[in-house]
Design a protein around this ligand. Structure first.
Ligand SMILES: Cc1cc2nc3c(=O)[nH]c(=O)nc-3n(C[C@H](O)[C@H](O)[C@H](O)COP(=O)(O)OP(=O)(O)OC[C@H]3O[C@@H](n4cnc5c(N)ncnc54)[C@H](O)[C@@H]3O)c2cc1C
Length: 297
């Protein structure tokens, strides 16, 4: 099917883009990479009256480190995060985590166009970047007619494709906190084919000092109607030795039973999904510990 008729503007600045959105409100959609929007328009599930194409807005394609965070502008494409540990992406464990995650998103042509900000705006519960955002408590920078505000990922996701973003606001950047050098990172995903959306996925960071876990972050994709931060699993880890018997397996089961709220799918009932979540979280925690240096420290 072809999209329904729509008007099109291609502003050159963020202010012009925000003014265009303010004029049309809920009837306008921003076009970033187009890897979700164009599909939705073809299916006519999205029928914007106005498409605001931000691809000519200068400066939005910048990745920069500032104030302890990586700022990814709204036009930074998925593929920008592929360079393993490249200082151009982000130093240390954060860069490593982003490069581990990104190769799980779709396939190269989609990663060349799709954006991290677009993914957070689209807020698909299975999206890998959304799980990363909740795990790291990323800040989502929103610009509207009244100025800029930053919403933490914990308050940002309200449900499938529903967020704290107001119709007249655009995401200008995503702020990801840098992780310190003693943090191990890992990602584990279960999916049907290489380029499929995640059926379930776990993002993990683990900080260990003097043989004790001082911080654990666990984010889950597709384990509820929105990305989930597995707080109960995290609490079960902090203060323990990573060498404690079955610590990681137990945390996986806690994430599955207490943090996740899986939705029955045609391909997997809730019980099966809980089993997969437990396995993925346990596996990612073991990998994060190995990434951190494991028994060497
Ligand atoms: C075959 C296929 C497989 C895919 N597999 C995966 C996958 O495995 N994992 C995954 O996470 N994604 C997957 N995707 C989606 C892909 O990652 C998209 O790129 C992403 O969801 C949206 O980013 P975009 O830049 O293309 O946004 P667009 O498609 O341009 O926009 C998506 C939505 O977000 C809004 N929007 C975009 N940017 C902004 C902004 N700056 N401010 C406010 N609103 C904005 C748009 O108005 C629209 O509603 C897949 C897509 C396809 C076609």
């Amino acid at each position: 099917m072809k999209p329904a008729a729509f008007d099109y503007v291609a502003p050159g600045t963020v202010d012009e883009a925000v003014a265009a959105l303010a004029g049309a409100g809920e009837r306008a959609s921003i076009l970033a990479g187009g890897q979700s929007l164009i599909l939705e328009m073809h299916y006519r599930r999205a029928r914007p009256d106005l498409v605001v194409d931000i691809n000519r807005v200068r400066g939005l394609d910048r990745l920069r480190v500032d104030g302890g965070a990586l700022h990814a502008g709204a036009l930074v494409r998925h593929e920008a995060f592929e360079a393993f540990e490249s200082p151009r992406v982000a130093p240390g464990p954060l860069g490593r985590l982003l490069s581990l995650v990104v190769v799980n998103i779709a396939h190269p042509p989609i990663r060349a166009l799709g954006t991290m900000a677009g993914s957070l705006a689209w807020a698909h519960p299975a999206a890998e970047w959304c799980a990363v955002a909740v795990a790291l408590d990323a800040g989502i920078e929103l610009r509207g007619p009244g100025g800029t505000r930053v919403v933490g990922a914990g308050d940002y996701f309200h449900g499938p494709h529903r967020t704290a973003r107001l119709p007249q606001e655009m995401i200008t950047a995503v702020r990801l906190p840098l992780l310190d050098d003693v943090t191990g990172v890992a990602f584990a995903e279960h999916r049907r084919t290489h380029a499929s959306f995640a059926q379930l996925a776990a993002v993990v960071t683990l900080t260990v000092l003097d043989g004790v876990i001082t911080e654990a972050r666990v984010g889950l994709a597709n384990a509820a109607d929105r990305p989930v931060r597995a707080h109960a699993a995290e609490r079960s880890l902090v203060g323990s030795s990573p060498l404690d018997d079955d610590l990681f397996g137990r945390a996986g089961r806690i994430a599955a039973e207490r943090d996740a709220a899986p939705i029955a799918r045609p391909y997997a009932d809730v019980e099966y999904q809980r089993q997969v979540i437990a396995v993925l979280v346990g596996r990612a925690l073991r990998q994060a510990y190995a990434d951190h240096g494991g028994a060497r420290r």
